[in-house]
Design a protein around this ligand. Sequence first.
Ligand SMILES: Cc1cc2nc3c(=O)[nH]c(=O)nc-3n(C[C@H](O)[C@H](O)[C@H](O)COP(=O)(O)OP(=O)(O)OC[C@H]3O[C@@H](n4cnc5c(N)ncnc54)[C@H](O)[C@@H]3O)c2cc1C
Length: 339
Amino acid sequence: MIEIKQQADLKNYHTFGVPAIAEYLAEVHSIEDIREAIDYARSNNLKLNVFGGGSNVLFKTNPKGLTVVNKITGVEVVRETEKEVELSVGAGEIWHDFVLYCLDHKYYGIENLSLIPGTVGAAPMQNIGAYGVEIKEVFKHLDAVHRETKELERFNNEECQFGYRTSVFKTTQRDKYIIARVNFVLSKVPELNISYGAISQTLNEMGISSPTPEDVSKAVIHIRSSKLPDPSKIGNAGSFFKNPSIPNEAYEKLKMQFPNMPGYSQPDETVKVPAGWLIEQCGWKGKKVGNTGAHKNQALVLVNYGNAKGQEIFDLSEQILKSVRDKFGINLEREVNII
Ligand SMILES: Cc1cc2nc3c(=O)[nH]c(=O)nc-3n(C[C@H](O)[C@H](O)[C@H](O)COP(=O)(O)OP(=O)(O)OC[C@H]3O[C@@H](n4cnc5c(N)ncnc54)[C@H](O)[C@@H]3O)c2cc1C
């Protein structure tokens, strides 16, 4: 039996720290609970919202209807060979705890994704990624309850249509499923990926010349903790915007006007431009606007200095979108889900 709370404060259910009250709230611990929540919403004519750790959402308003928080736990080994292991993981497991569990058991492949907040079930939603690794590289399949039929359906890697911070669950299948379990295939043989960002430099500074995956995880944790604001101290949801990809010719034109503009060529004849750089060039880095602002170390992260309302943060994001459009002619897209 699920417990339904009314007028539930969402303070401990999301990382932006803005005031938000759920009309109804239920934590689900099993697939049966998910089905019960769907029935409850249907019989009371309520909209259904689903969250994990609330680390990629901004509550602009109070969520109407029934807010379901996924708390399905458990990690099971379903297959194991000498070289790899397949794990089935409850969608409500905390992502970083799962990374640490894997390192403890010497299962490798997600050490670069250490310290990303949120749950395992939300990870495929936007194909979480950091330091040169995305979860699509270790993802096998997921099981999700269809919100209409209540059937459990399986999506393999291809069916999820993973892309840069996106999947089918953010596009054609948006709001249609509740993810219950995710299966990953991890390697028992370490294969390090330390070429990206400051990982190898940090390992050097740590005096490590032959790193293990555990060392890579520690380096990533060190970099992230020194660069990104801790949501338990300063409310935020990580990168607020995605890095835009623009056509090669458009990039070449902009580069003549802004010779320092960084860009990374993509296989589809576009160039990915760091959104943080664009925002910084518009003067937002470290700038405070009322109770909000763009973080001093990373302009891509919008923060709540304590008493911000969701609408204020949203308004700031609108101003940033406009200034980037005016200066560079580039339309940024929000990564954070606006509620
Ligand atoms: C400090 C900080 C740093 C971050 N760094 C990164 C980073 O490096 N890389 C990165 O990719 N992301 C990053 N993020 C964003 C965030 O951590 C990820 O998007 C994470 O996967 C969100 O998990 P969550 O459980 O908190 O999802 P929520 O915020 O609860 O939900 C996010 C979306 O997924 C949906 N959803 C959640 N669970 C389910 C489910 N079980 N079934 C169906 N839909 C569901 C929600 O409806 C919502 O649309 C960062 C966030 C913060 C605060």
